[in-house]
Design a protein around this ligand. Structure first.
Ligand SMILES: NC(=O)c1ccc[n+]([C@@H]2O[C@H](COP(=O)([O-])OP(=O)(O)OC[C@H]3O[C@@H](n4cnc5c(N)ncnc54)[C@H](O)[C@@H]3O)[C@@H](O)[C@H]2O)c1
Length: 380
């Protein structure tokens, strides 16, 4: 296989600029074309980033495209990924992989039958902070993880996204939209989940868009916006996950993990970097010493300050995995297990009982400093 794959982006909305910006940092990726159901959206991005705008059908038939990045809205992920696989392309999709377990299994089987790879965001667990935490866990510094808490809480997405409708439809809500970052982070550190239980609710049946250009428009809420979930991991740990878009303010840290020898305090898993702290037994809580992981270096201005954002790292790893004949870290099996966890959480809320998961996965291989550096193009 060639050491560089032609990449076509389908879905030229909000997050596509991130992919156009960061894909060139990585080896093995050559952005060639983009498409969208809105031709104007594809043309705008093509002009901005110097690629060819095509219709979705043209892009899928383009022999220069080896791998499709699926950046459409969650409800379209299944159809676009399926069409790309049927056209003989590898696929890397934004999260969630799909919005039902059945669709995910169908994609896994289709990819296997065609000898193609499907990978899925989130890839933030490949970042410096999360890999530092992984090294601490693997070294046994906090012993066996027995419990933890994770919180992702705010007051929704209608204040910033120009088209926030999909966030409040089945397939999104805080569990399927932001949950993937937390769940991928937990799988990286603890492994697969055995069963889940949850209470789910929504504070209001509608939201009013606060961002331009649709400011003032009222949109329906058709999926839970507050989820209190309990996850039991296969290795025995239990973790509570609170995900809500009905909270104005709170003081929880994103994630804490408790082990037999100490505790670990983790930053926002939506980012690649951030401060990781730990304590040994009842000793003081302190930041981990500096670790010069290349995917933890702040590179983008956000409202929180400079943050590390290396989205497409998961795709770069998938491409290298194809060349090296190994499993990708952002593999479909892990994404499918994530979908199983998230959809089972929602089902538990509806049915009022614990749900046993029907899928499992392994922890991804750690991505240390050397392996992460190998993904990046040398700085010119
Ligand atoms: N916006 C973010 O900050 C962000 C961050 C991380 C992940 N994501 C994920 O990325 C995906 C896209 O999010 P977004 O914010 O860019 O959404 P968006 O609504 O801004 O853009 C989605 C684009 O996909 C196009 N599209 C929809 N269905 C299509 C189809 N069948 N074929 C071709 N094009 C189609 C739309 O026309 C639109 O241009 C979602 O899965 C989301 O969860 C978004």
């Amino acid at each position: 296989m060639s050491k560089e794959l032609g990449v076509g982006i389908v879905g030229c909305g909000n997050i596509s600029t991130t992919y156009f910006t960061f894909a060139p940092l990585f080896k093995g990726l050559n952005l060639v074309a983009c498409a969208d159901i809105s031709a104007a959206a594809a043309e705008a991005r093509a002009a901005e980033y110097g690629v060819t705008a095509q219709s979705v059908e043209e892009l899928l038939a383009n022999p220069a495209v080896d791998v499709v990045i699926n950046l459409t809205v969650p409800a379209a992920h299944y159809g676009v990924t399926k069409a790309a696989l049927e056209a003989g392309k590898h696929v890397y999709t934004e999260k969630p992989l799909v919005i039902s377990l059945e669709d995910g299994k169908a994609l896994r089987d289709l990819a296997k039958s065609k000898g193609l790879s499907v990978g899925s965001a989130p890839d933030t667990f490949l970042g410096g902070a999360w890999q530092h935490a992984r090294a601490v866990v693997d070294a046994g510094d906090i012993g066996t993880i027995t419990a933890g808490t994770a919180h992702v809480m705010s007051h929704g997405m209608e204040h910033w996204h120009p088209n926030p409708d999909f966030f409040f439809q089945p397939g999104a809500g805080p569990i399927l939209d932001l949950g993937p970052y937390y769940i991928a982070g937990l799988i990286n550190l603890i492994g697969p989940v055995k069963r889940v239980g949850a209470l789910t609710s929504m504070a209001t049946p509608t939201r009013t868009i606060l961002s331009e250009p649709r400011k003032g428009e009222v949109i329906p809420v058709e999926t839970p916006t507050t989820i209190q979930a309990l996850l039991e991991f296969e290795q025995g740990a239990s973790v509570t996950l609170s995900a809500s878009w009905d909270v104005w303010a709170h003081r929880h840290v994103p994630m804490e993990l408790y082990g037999t020898e100490g505790s670990l305090f983790l930053p926002d898993p939506n980012f690649f970097g951030g401060k990781v702290e730990m304590s040994r037994r009842d000793g003081p809580i302190g930041a981990l010493p500096d670790w010069s992981h290349p995917l933890g270096i702040p590179n983008q201005q956000h409202k929180q300050g400079m943050m590390a954002n290396y989205r497409t790292a998961g795709l770069a790893d998938m491409v290298l995995a194809l060349i090296e004949g190994r499993e990708a870290r952002c593999s479909i099996d892990r994404a499918l297990h994530g979908v199983d966890i998230m959809t089972s959480i929602l089902r538990s809320g509806e049915e009022g009982r614990f749900i046993d998961l029907t899928t499992t996965c392994t922890r991804p291989e750690a991505l240390g400093i050397e392996a992460a550096s190998a993904l990046l193009r040398p700085v010119a």
